[in-house]
Design a binder for this molecule. Structure first.
Ligand code: SAH
Length: 461
């Protein structure tokens, strides 16, 4: 197949990034914006041996599950690849996807994959967004700063005034922020030349508390006229924290290492399952609050607590899972690599009066493999180990070390079924997965979160 060739193809499945998969002329085609059940004429954008990438030219027969996009930018913006696919079908596909990777990658064809726990209203769920800021043409021969998202797989900015996954307030914050930039002649960052100042605007909301944090990420040391920015934003209801984050390195990493408060504290608080959490700009916090509570309830169910356990929460972030477990068990040890998040976790333990939870900074694989959480704290024997790694999954050295700690149960919380399946295979045969419970943290997008309890197999220990 050649670039620019037109082919007719019927879409059978989605890739893990939400592109349509179909077959034609002996090729596997990955078709952007095509949905399962569509028959489309697709134009080849890149051809490889046996497979090719393509984009929809015309939809000849529409999928019966195609729905009207809610957002006018759904196609161009890289965020919501499944927005035009009926939500109930999105959930069905996600379950089938988990089942298929468990079979293909994990070698667990019999594993029970439960129906996905989805949302009643699958929009406006994000409590965090990092909007790229860039110069665009103003239509009068000049430039102006704009905010939005990058089009799928590019660094081409699609202007967004109101992202339907985020709270409506974000639109107002972005509007005021861009006006501040214009009035104070603050230049947006240019990725290609590594010049200009404002790279991103990070906005965080406490879903329960209503608190808001706004943090421009800048390629420089100071934001000009910060008092003007404060004045522009502070009467937005809930505005609790305005910070600036310094990131002068070229590249795709959004946040730099240093954050300074301009107004209020350098964090906000939120509440999850009855506990209060302090969240700093650099700390991880689940982006979908309602579904995070669903996920943590599933993690509790998967742990099957008796009440006197020693629990490890590896990859603990600001300690949300650890502190959800703490009142129900003997003690919890959390490990997290981002120092700001560990500081948040310690503060959160204290604020919630949960003195049986301790937190340590470091890579889980380093600390657990070394057998100590810190110089004076050897790892005790855990009854339960909770793993909640980023998409790349666990280091195999960590899996080895957890196995030799010999916990009775492991609860694996995963945001990427493929690495989850790979890791479950490494835990077998000494640990057996009991079921997978997917939770839809990311409606309209292709990602899916899963909770899997693993039980120590009889006889092997
Ligand atoms: N359990 C938490 C965080 C999950 S996200 C929650 O539900 O909120 C994964 C976390 O792992 C992030 O906070 C990330 O900073 C951290 N992390 C990434 N690599 C790590 C590693 N090698 N060791 C320990 N923590 C790591």
């Amino acid at each position: 197949m050649n670039k620019n060739e037109l082919v007719r193809v019927t879409i059978e499945d989605f890739t893990k990034s939400g592109e349509g998969i179909g077959h034609a002329n002996g090729y596997t085609l990955f078709v952007k914006d095509a949905l399962i059940g569509d028959t489309v004429l697709a134009r080849i954008t890149k051809s490889k041996k046996g497979y090719a990438y393509a984009r929809v030219e015309t939809i000849e027969t529409s999928s019966p599950f195609r729905v009207k996009a809610q957002c006018p930018e759904a196609r161009r913006c890289g965020g919501c690849t499944l927005q035009e696919y009926d939500y109930a079908k999105q959930l069905e596909w996600k379950r089938a996807y988990v089942e298929s990777v468990m079979r293909r990658i994990g070698g667990f064809p019999e594993l029970e994959v439960r129906p996905v726990l989805g949302m009643n209203y699958p929009f406006r769920y994000r409590n965090k967004a990092q909007y790229p800021i860039a110069e665009v043409r103003d239509g009068r021969g000049g430039n102006r700063a704009a905010a939005g998202f990058y089009a799928g797989r590019t660094h081409y900015l699609i202007e967004i005034e109101d992202c339907l996954l985020s709270p409506e307030t974000d639109g107002e914050i972005l509007r005021r922020f861009l006006l501040y930039m214009k009035n104070q002649h603050v230049p947006a960052y240019n990725e290609e030349t590594h010049t200009g100042l404002v790279r991103h605007l990070l906005i965080r909301h406490g879903a329960v508390t209503g608190e808001i944090l706004v943090c421009p990420v800048i390629n420089g040391k100071v934001l000009p006229s910060p008092e003007k920015l404060i004045r522009a934003l502070r009467d937005i209801p809930g505005m609790k924290s305005i910070c600036v984050n310094i990131n002068t390195r070229p590249g795709n990493v959004i946040l730099g290492d240093r954050t300074f408060p301009l107004y209020g504290k350098a964090w906000i608080t939120d509440n999850l399952l009855g506990h209060t959490f302090r969240i700093s700009p650099r700390s991880f916090y689940q982006v979908n609050h309602a579904q995070a509570e669903v996920l943590y309830r599933e993690a509790l169910a998967a742990a099957d607590l008796r009440g006197n356990e020693t629990v490890f929460d590896l990859y603990c972030g600001i300690g949300t899972i650890a502190l959800t477990f703490a009142p129900l068990v003997k003690e919890v040890y959390g490990v997290e690599i981002v120092p700001d998040a560990v500081a948040d976790a310690r503060m959160n333990a204290k604020e919630n009066g949960l003195l049986n939870a301790q937190f340590y900074a470091g890579a889980a694989e380093d600390l657990v493999v070394s057998g100590s959480f810190s110089e004076h704290v050897p790892c005790p024997h855990p009854d339960i180990v909770i793993l909640d790694p980023p998409r790349k999954g666990c280091a195999s050295s960590l899996i080895e070390a957890v196995r030799s700690l010999d916990p009775g149960r492991i609860v694996y919380v995963s945001c990427d079924p493929a690495t989850l399946a790979r890791d479950l295979r490494l835990f077998a045969p000494s640990y057996r997965p009991l079921y997978a419970q997917p939770v839809d943290m990311f409606p309209q997008g292709p990602h899916i979160e899963c909770v899997v309890p693993l039980e120590r197999s009889n006889g092997t220990h």
